[in-house]
Design a binder for this molecule. Structure first.
Ligand SMILES: *Cc1c(COP(=O)(O)O)cnc(C)c1O
Length: 480
């Protein structure tokens, strides 16, 4: 496909603007003036529409096909949620800064306040800040809160403890917040080894960061014991809420010993994502950490009026502007209201059912390194296929040819040739069955004609990329 610039023909126009009747006001200083015409593409309106429509048809999305990308919760996002976000567009919380002040945006502040309350209820926390802009940003905010908590108590703490199944952002966020990392291996039962955890725990551990269910899709049966041990060393429990879709309405992390949590609104609560955003990672905390929350906090007075509390001497400060990604908050709010308590519970139940269905159906064809009842996602290994020279990535590429987004591969790192499938609750049994058929076909092809998998994808504009080169030497203009 040509670049839009390659379609440019001098003098061709997409729009004709009337001559300006605005008198030239203060002319720009000479050094800011462009010497020559901007080198924009000169195309007709139709050329432009066709160009971008055709480009958009090369996108893969949940709206076009099944997207079982493990850990990312690529559920269908109802369009009505976008309408809700659009409704709120004129009432961005930034309007609190207008001369009319808070009077003008009581509804907006109230919506954010209510969203915080609902998220606090779902997670079992006491207060939520909506500022962080993504899960990883929430992690860093949460660890900074934990650091502030320990500092205020005069605690000397050096470490953050994470299981080796954790998402890479966990140790990265803890390191960014100034801690050293202790990594605890996973036991054959699929969770952080409890004995090794006990050995690793010490009084210099500031926090234990966990994902529960973890990245193998397994709920940790020792979680209460782990949090009791952590608390006995005055370490706080951090909950990576990326997998909240598995447990909404079933378990509140706050009830099983967690003190801080982030929630990936874009994964669990109705915002389309992929391609880098926008997302949101609100952070919930237990009472003891409220004094350190980012400012400003939205507070409600005795008359039910909302205001901003800006004077909070213990606060870690702002972690983002304007209460975070506001549009994402509106979508999460509308999503929660729309589903209600029963709907959220059913969403989680269906997500777990769908994952177990896929796991059982594919078990005869792919190795399952940790074979327990899973939560919202299941992790296979292509180790059997590897004997024929077929890697997880080859199966992923084959799925592209068959109209499916590949599952997450090579994560979690503790599973060799990992294939991590998260179907989500929004897919029908018919879709799951069709996907299962294609996965079985891939397994059969690995046996009968492995070479065919090594060449996939054959139906795409671009085949196999040199992925290292693509990451290191990005050139986003090279679409040919
Ligand atoms: C997605 C994810 C994160 C990071 O969240 P972002 O919103 O992408 O920053 C952290 N942990 C786990 C387990 C995840 O799946």
């Amino acid at each position: 496909m040509q670049l839009i610039y390659e379609k440019s023909i001098p003098g061709r126009k997409g729009v004709k603007l009337p001559a300006s009747d605005v008198p030239t006001a203060a002319p720009l200083p000479e050094n800011l003036l462009r010497g020559e015409k901007a080198g924009l593409a000169e195309v007709s309106e139709m050329d432009l529409v066709r160009h971008f429509t055709n480009l958009s048809r090369r996108n893969f999305s949940v709206d076009t096909n099944f997207y079982p990308l493990g850990s990312c919760t690529m559920k269908y996002n109802a369009k009505v949620l976008e309408n809700a976000a659009a409704l709120f567009a004129p009432f961005h919380p930034m309007t609190a800064l207008l001369p009319q002040g808070n009077d003008f945006c009581q509804g907006t502040l109230g919506m954010l306040y209510d969203l915080g309350q609902m998220l606090a209820d779902i997670t079992g926390m006491d207060e939520v800040t909506t500022q962080p802009l993504a899960g990883a940003h929430g992690e860093m905010t949460g660890i900074m809160l934990i650091a502030a908590y320990h500092k205020a108590k005069g605690n000397r703490k050096r470490y953050v403890l994470v299981p080796d199944s954790s998402h890479g952002t966990n140790p990265a966020s803890a390191a960014m917040a100034g801690y050293e990392i202790i990594t605890v291996p996973t036991a054959p039962y699929g969770d952080m080894d409890i004995e090794l955890f006990k050995k690793a725990m010490n009084d210099e551990v500031a926090a234990v960061m966990m994902t529960c269910p973890n990245t193998l899709g397994l709920f940790n049966p020792h979680i209460k014991e782990i949090s009791d041990i952590a608390h006995s060393h005055d370490a706080l429990m951090y909950y990576d809420g990326a997998n909240l879709n598995a447990i909404m309405g079933k378990v509140k992390p706050g009830d099983i010993g967690f003190d801080v949590i982030h929630v990936n609104l874009h994964k669990t609560f109705g915002t389309p994502h992929g391609g880098g955003g926008p997302g949101a990672g609100p952070v919930g905390v237990k009472k003891g950490l409220i004094p350190f929350l980012p400012c400003p906090r939205i507070v409600m007075d005795d008359d039910g009026r909302f205001g901003l509390e800006t004077a909070n001497p213990g606060s870690i400060g702002r972690t983002a502007s304007f209460f975070g990604n506001f549009g994402v908050m509106v979508k999460a709010y509308a999503y929660i209201i729309m589903l209600g308590r029963e709907g959220l519970i059913r969403a989680s139940e269906q997500a777990v059912l769908n994952a177990n269905y896929i796991k059982e159906k594919l078990k005869p064809w792919y190795d399952v390194p940790y074979d327990m009842t899973c939560m919202h996602e299941c992790v296979f290994s292509a180790s059997r296929q590897l004997k024929q020279g077929v890697h997880a990535i080859d199966i992923a590429k084959y799925l592209i040819d068959r109209g499916y987004h590949p599952p997450t591969v090579y994560f979690p790192l503790i599973v060799k040739e990992a294939i991590m499938i998260e179907p989500t609750e929004t897919e029908s049994k018919a879709t799951l069955d069709a996907f299962i058929e294609v996965m079985i076909e891939a397994a059969k092809t690995a046996e009968s004609n492995p070479q065919a998998l090594l060449e996939a994808p054959l139906t795409m504009p671009i085949g196999r990329l040199d992925e290292t080169k693509a990451a290191r030497e990005q050139n986003v203009c090279c679409l040919v």
